[in-house]
Design a protein around this ligand. Structure first.
Ligand code: 9MR
Length: 320
């Protein structure tokens, strides 16, 4: 039984891909997943490092693969404080930057309008801790905090039938969780065209626990919008633990299977609001966590092992 078949009455099962993995992991992608996200290729800096000079070669390669295999895609991401080229913020005032933002959404959004069923319009604009809610970035410095509202309004005007998401991480932690809820609720009340909230779910085997995940989904579900899990992986390590191991022990693999099993059990409880659950990669031979936040710390956060074989975690989420 494949993931997408097993979950067909619940939600789509997605994965993040890159230009290499669509070749090296093609078999697993086609078998198990019915939603794809470009890991980097549709970010601003990957598409347009130099002003007025878009290069769609890599993104197109992935979109062609998705189209050939009839797999819908989610767009990631129009605005972010990271991976945005320097020129965007240079020699520009509020009006000028708003125009650059709108032009970017138009060029990229329209190009992939047929293939992309949703977009992360704004990524990670809320602070993790502290006294203020919005993350300070060139977007807020030059435009102001309302850059978020503008991004959604432009996106809706350009892509009226695409679902528009606000996407963030540490989404189960307080007070960030409440801050995300509050900002999105206020956007909705003010008529800002937002369709959903993306919960990244970069977890580790120790946290968050099932109750915390459930409480978070309960809160977000109250927004009356769609929810998506957008970047899930479950690290074998506490965040910046510098321990390095060559192979995960049976105990670690079991803890991971339990963590995946618990999370998916809660996701299934919220199938009415969850539209898609995306994993941030396919198999353990290709994960951003091998180098973040600790350089050269091999990690095994996904559902298939380095040889592309099913892990205990996969079996656990298929067993219900
Ligand atoms: O997985 C991505 C990695 O290859 C890039 O180097 C990194 C650069 O910031 O971005 C990673 O993806 C991020 C995603 O776009 C947004 N949420 C956090 C993800 C992991 O950092």
């Amino acid at each position: 039984m494949t993931l997408k078949e097993k979950y067909k009455d619940y939600f789509k099962i997605g994965t993040a891909v890159n230009v290499s993995s669509i070749d090296t992991h093609a078999k697993l992608i086609k078998e198990h997943f019915n939603s794809l996200t470009c890991e980097n290729e549709t970010k601003f800096s990957n598409l347009c490092e130099n002003k007025d000079n878009y290069n769609f070669m890599w993104a197109d390669k992935i979109v062609d693969f998705a189209r050939d295999n009839k797999i819908p895609m989610r767009g990631h991401t129009f605005t972010w404080h990271n991976q945005t080229p320097k020129w965007v913020f240079e020699n520009v005032d509020r009006e000028g930057l708003l125009k650059r933002l709108k032009d970017h959404i138009k060029v990229v959004g329209e190009r992939y309008e047929k293939e992309f069923y949703c977009w992360d319009v704004v990524n990670e604009a809320i602070e993790d801790k502290g006294d203020y809610i919005f993350r300070k970035s060139p977007w807020t410095e030059i435009i102001g905090e309302d850059f978020i509202d503008y991004a959604f309004r432009y996106a809706k005007e350009i892509l009226p039938t695409t679902d528009l998401y606000y996407n963030d991480y540490n989404e189960t932690q307080s007070p960030k969780r409440e801050h995300i809820y509050k900002i999105v609720k206020s956007m909705k009340e003010r008529g800002v065209p937002i369709d959903g909230v993306g919960l990244q779910c970069h977890f580790n085997i120790y946290s968050p626990d099932k109750d915390t995940i459930r409480r978070s989904l309960e809160l977000y579900a109250k927004l009356g919008l769609k929810l998506q899990v957008t970047e899930m992986d479950i690290s074998m390590f506490k965040h910046d633990d510098t321990t390095r191991i060559t192979k995960p022990s049976k105990e670690l693999l079991e803890l991971q299977a339990k963590a995946y099993g618990d999370a998916f059990e809660v996701f299934r409880e919220y199938k009415e609001v969850i539209d898609c659950v995306t994993l941030w990669g396919i198999a353990d031979d290709c994960t951003w966590l091998d180098n973040f936040p600790v350089e050269n710390r091999k990690n095994w956060p996904l559902l298939f092992d380095e040889e592309h074989k099913p892990k205990e975690a996969l079996l656990r989420i298929l067993d219900f």
